[in-house]
Design a protein around this ligand. Sequence first.
Ligand code: SAH
Ligand code: SF4
Ligand code: F3S
Length: 476
Amino acid sequence: MNTINEVKKQEEYIEKIKELNTGKNLKYHILTMGCQLNENDSEKLCGMLENMGYLKTDNFQEADLNLFNTCCVRENAEDKLFGKLGELKRVKEEKGTIIAIGGCMMQEKHITDKIKESYPFVDILFGTHTLYRFPEDLYKALIEKKKQEDILDIDGEIYEGLPIKRDSNIKASVTIMNGCNNFCTYCIVPYVRGRERSREPKEIIKEVEELAKQGYKEITLLGQNVNSYLRVEKEKGKPFEAYEGVNSFATLLRAINKIEGIERIRFVSPHPKDFTDDVIEAIRDCDKVCKLIHLPLQSGNTKVLKEMNRRYTKEQYLNLVDKMKAQIPNLTLSTDIIVGFPGETEEEFEDTLDVVRKVKFEQVYMFIYSRRVGTPGDKMENQIPEDIKHNRFDRLKALVESQIEENNQKYVGTIQKVLVEGTSKNNENMLTGRTDSNKVVIFEGDKHLINQMIELEIVSEHMWYLKGSVYDGSKK
Ligand code: SAH
Ligand code: SF4
Ligand code: F3S
């Protein structure tokens, strides 16, 4: 069945469930783990469920449907799922809530086996390649009152036109590609998300145009390796339509930059090995593309990088940073780092600290290496003891925090363009927004400023946020 007919079929299941649910005031609860791609998938699941007549609740105990969208990139996500399933057992016994688990963890056989054995009360298991089929799985679970397991090992197609219920009405995520072909040796993602495949340029442009019409100001383009957008298609001679001249990541940025109403464009994650000059030039030329670039480092040591299969050296990474800094005015950088990869020596870890000192990242997402079943890293013999991993993590964290304090000082007294996102969580009388470099700024202002780009003068810094005041233009 082609994808259009398949989506139609799922829409019919949505309608059937809506009929079943009429007048019942049913509620659903969703717990999303993992990255922004998973969050975007959850927005699609929420879109389906709300079209079926379910209302969202934050309280899992009152939900008629409890849904999990899982991640397996590190071990702690597994502990979280099993903990929650334990809590849900009682709700299931008392109330009969339907339990459905989807996402990356469902692509791991040892996990689904464990769920079937230890948590037999789970109703639906579905994988990353069958998310679009959730309405059908749910309908069958409701009608047949039988467990559903809907997991495929082969790469799924890209299904367009499924409903979506977005978390924000200011910022939106748009997935531009699925899967990953890089096989970094620590990483489970290529095994659970399948091979790289890009969405058609036309579908992406249309989605962003629609978002602009709805009033969205900021778009984040998502993929495991966004700067290889359309690469596989070109290499394999798979046909695609170069709509609006889009035939690469750089041309996609340029095309989205032209869409009226959109004021900011972000993207995660690019891979340093694919950061070609045309992408650097597009970032430089496109006024809406934020100058905060996430450039995952993982390790600062060439030998560790080689064992990680990252395909760049310490020097190549630093040269890329220099080139980007020279070509893109006001560039800031954020990164991901793993400490304690198998075999990492003290000296090799020092190289990571060295790169962090040199680059002065705006933000660093730090991770302790976590063994993932089925990856080459898991089979490496020289695993690093937990206490050494934690010690390195703490030292990296201390360095990063000292740099954040120093970096924050640079903002004080400057004028920053901020997209106002809403009222502050901790103080209803204050508004909150973000700078181009993704720094949170809290300030006093009227609520009509929400969803506007305004100028703020930064008055003070507080580690994780800045304080600002509305700028009247007098100091320029
Ligand atoms: N495709 C993206 C992100 C992948 S997952 C990229 O290449 O940057 C997000 C981050 O999780 C990775 O960048 C890495 O730093 C971290 N990560 C992945 N696998 C891990 C593992 N086994 N242990 C610890 N951290 C891991
Ligand atoms: Fe994992 Fe590497 Fe792919 Fe990122 S690029 S998803 S770290 S294999
Ligand atoms: Fe996790 Fe899957 Fe994202 S493993 S990090 S949710 S792609």
